[in-house]
Design a protein around this ligand. Structure first.
Ligand code: SF4
Length: 316
């Protein structure tokens, strides 16, 4: 039996105890793929304002940051949001699990798509919060700059920094079909640059993208590993309402991946992992999935993946 180098095991080895990730969502952030800078409407699977008219009226402020924004009138509010969200979840995790170490995960939208001063202020505030041992920053490879990376390199001397990049697929035709707004060359270039600067990279890969064959998905795994990323997250592509993918699914233009193919892909991927590569996630799902329906119960998925991995000689 081979123990998979999961993020839980990796963190226990590194920090001597469980470390809990606290997701943070800061208002005023958006994505160049939504605001029209590289594309409009976002990735076809992204639930965002263009497909959520109610969200745009109530939850989403009209002010959105861009790297070129001269001022950020929301900065104070954003710092308060960061502290409030962190502390609320921290207290809950302390009570439930006795947690004492945390990683702040800047999860929603594109977290380096903002003026450099905003980025610096928020991340500096984040590392000052009690019991934080690291930051995980979700972003796109077309929304990172040398200036941001150089700042993160300095921060990395004080606290562990991981940059999470959406790779999704190495195929430009697929990236175009999902309206990703950048190509694989861009992904490759910035992952390599981030690694050269000494920062940890987590790659997100999606199985079941439109018209992708098993061989294509396998190649995406192989090529992403070759880039020397430190950790990987795998997700099945599922359909939720208020997305362009939902419209495609309804019009019979998109066929979701089967559970069997997804499981086969996870087994293939895990078999390719070098020992030091960290597995951060092997599935995703949510109760409001429209299709495939097996994605609506994440716990059930995890249990069957665990069992099948075990039969293949891996302990997840
Ligand atoms: S990059 Fe992320 S936030 Fe931007 S459109 Fe795609 S899924 Fe949505």
């Amino acid at each position: 039996m081979q123990q998979i180098n999961t993020i839980g095991r990796h963190n226990r080895k590194k920090y001597g105890q469980n470390v809990y990730k606290i997701p943070i969502s800061i208002s005023g952030f958006t994505c160049p793929n939504i605001d029209g800078t590289v594309a409009k409407g976002g990735c076809t699977f992204c639930q965002n304002d263009s497909f959520s008219p109610n969200l745009s009226k109530t939850d989403s402020p009209s002010f959105k940051l861009k790297p070129s924004s001269q001022t950020n009138p929301m900065l104070e509010k954003q710092i308060i949001q960061l502290k409030e969200q962190y502390n609320k979840t921290k207290i809950r995790l302390e009570k439930k699990f006795g947690a004492t170490k945390f990683i702040i995960y800047f999860q929603s939208f594109t977290n380096t798509y903002a003026p450099i001063d905003t980025i610096k202020t928020l991340y500096k505030e984040a590392i000052k919060l009690d019991d934080v041992v690291g930051l995980s920053i979700g972003t796109r490879t077309d929304s990172i700059t040398d200036e941001v990376l150089d700042f993160l390199v300095l921060l990395n001397k004080k606290i562990d920094i991981t940059i999470e990049y959406g790779v999704q697929s190495i195929y430009d035709e697929t990236l175009e079909k999902i309206n990703r707004g950048h190509n694989f060359q861009n992904i490759k270039e910035w992952i390599l640059k981030t690694k050269q600067k000494g920062l940890d990279v987590c790659a997100h890969i999606i199985f079941g993208l439109p018209d992708e064959t098993i061989d294509m998905m396998k190649k995406t795994v192989d090529e992403t590993i070759k880039l020397g990323v430190d950790s990987i997250k795998y997700h099945p592509l599922y359909v939720t309402k208020n997305t362009k993918l939902y419209l495609d699914y309804k019009a019979d233009k998109f066929k979701p991946i089967s559970e069997k193919d997804y499981i086969d892909m996870i087994i293939y991927a895990i078999k390719q992992h070098p020992k030091n590569l960290i597995t951060q996630r092997i599935t995703a799902g949510t109760y409001d999935v429209v299709a495939p329906i097996w994605c609506s119960d994440k716990q059930k998925q995890l249990n069957s993946l665990r069992q099948i991995l075990y039969k293949n000689g891996f302990v997840y």
